[in-house]
Design a protein around this ligand. Structure first.
Ligand SMILES: [Zn+2]
Ligand SMILES: [Zn+2]
Length: 349
């Protein structure tokens, strides 16, 4: 269902740089199968039994969703096999506005709906629908400065809440557990990291919306949102192809300090890529070690999610710069390390 190490990384595992996380915690950039240039060809090859499976992690703007419908396990009961299991991705249909999101595909899945609708209405929690997602459901927060006018129009957050109401999932005792491998923009709490006023206006505002979307989901009855835990990672690994399951996972860490000065401004694209690729270093081998390292790297994001449970909606605070007052949160504000890392990296768009 999830393919090779490289495909697992592209869909779920890969982590990105984030100023706030780097400043507050050990939040490394991790990959299972980075391209390390011609000098390191063969990296990421797991001897896969899928002949065409990619050997390096090719990040795409793709959201992968694995949905699992299970009975609520009572104390002392053995876990039952899932009632339903399906993988969805988003689908680009010619324009940003027409893109079908993975969550929309799940909500329209006739086989899943049939199982949910067969569930009698009772007060007891009976089923859990777990959504393992690349990133949290969108909430008017996507898009870049260049396409700001036509992007950020969609909210799978609203759509999911409405779908739960329409399908009477609370009445049917169906909880929704959303597990994300990374946050989309919600972690951008430091407005000073944006490069200019235009970036601040677009990305700062959308980061606030991303946090509000998470708040909406977390406060909806029967819905939880958390980062993937070690069990979740083992489950996702179990959905990879046989060769990936049998082989030892290898983890690579990007050592930003190995990038040459002025790396981001290098004009030759090949030279820039080669410099970037040379900064990946071996970190650890072995499934359990790799899973533990990935979960530890999410500590900052897990704390940020917890904090959102209790902080007010940012859309309530009015618009404009005054409305984006910093909430007290887990980030260490204005630390020296935040500023020094900022000077070396730019916002990942
Ligand atoms: Zn990767
Ligand atoms: Zn969406």
């Amino acid at each position: 269902m999830l393919g090779s190490q490289a495909q697992l990384c592209a869909a779920f595992f890969h982590t990105e740089r984030c100023y706030e996380a780097e400043a507050a915690a050990d939040a490394p950039v991790l990959c299972l199968a980075p391209s390390r240039g011609s000098a390191a060809s063969g990296v990421g090859s797991a001897g896969g039994d899928v002949r065409s499976a990619p050997v390096t992690c090719e990040r795409q703007p793709t959201t992968v969703l694995v949905a699992l419908l299970q009975r609520v396990q009572r104390d002392g009961e053995d876990p039952e096999p899932p009632l339903y299991e399906c993988r969805y991705t988003n689908c680009f249909r010619g324009s940003v506005a027409d893109t079908l999101h993975a969550e929309q595909a799940m909500m329209a899945d006739a086989a899943l709906l049939k199982l949910l609708r067969a569930q009698p209405e009772s007060a007891d929690p009976a089923l859990v629908l777990t959504m393992y997602l690349t990133q949290q459901p969108c909430h008017f927060a996507s898009g870049r400065v260049e396409n700001a006018r036509v992007t950020g129009q969609t909210s799978c957050t609203h759509a999911l809440i409405e779908w739960r109401r329409r399908e009477r999932l609370v009445e049917r005792g169906v909880d929704l557990a959303i597990r994300v491998s990374r946050l989309f923009r919600a972690q951008w709490t430091d407005d000073s990291a944006h490069q200019d006023q235009q970036s601040l206006a677009v990305y700062g505002g959308r980061a606030g919306r991303a946090r509000d979307g998470l708040r909406l989901l977390m406060r909806a009855p029967g819905v939880s949102v958390s980062m993937l835990n070690a069990d979740d990672w083992r489950l996702l690994l179990g959905l990879c192809d046989g060769a990936t399951q049998r082989s030892q996972l290898t983890l690579y860490r990007h050592e930003h300090s190995r990038l040459p000065d002025g790396w981001a401004e290098m004009e030759d694209a090949d030279e820039q890529r080669a410099a970037f690729e040379s900064a990946w270093v071996d970190k650890a081998v072995g499934t359990e070690v790799v899973v533990a390292a990935r979960v530890a790297a999410d500590t900052y994001y897990a704390e940020l999610l917890n904090g959102l449970q209790h902080t007010p909606f940012e859309s309530d605070r009015g618009r404009g710069a005054g409305g984006r007052a910093q909430q007290s949160g887990p980030r260490e504000s204005g630390s020296a390390s935040a500023r020094s890392s900022r000077s070396r990296a730019k916002r990942t768009k």
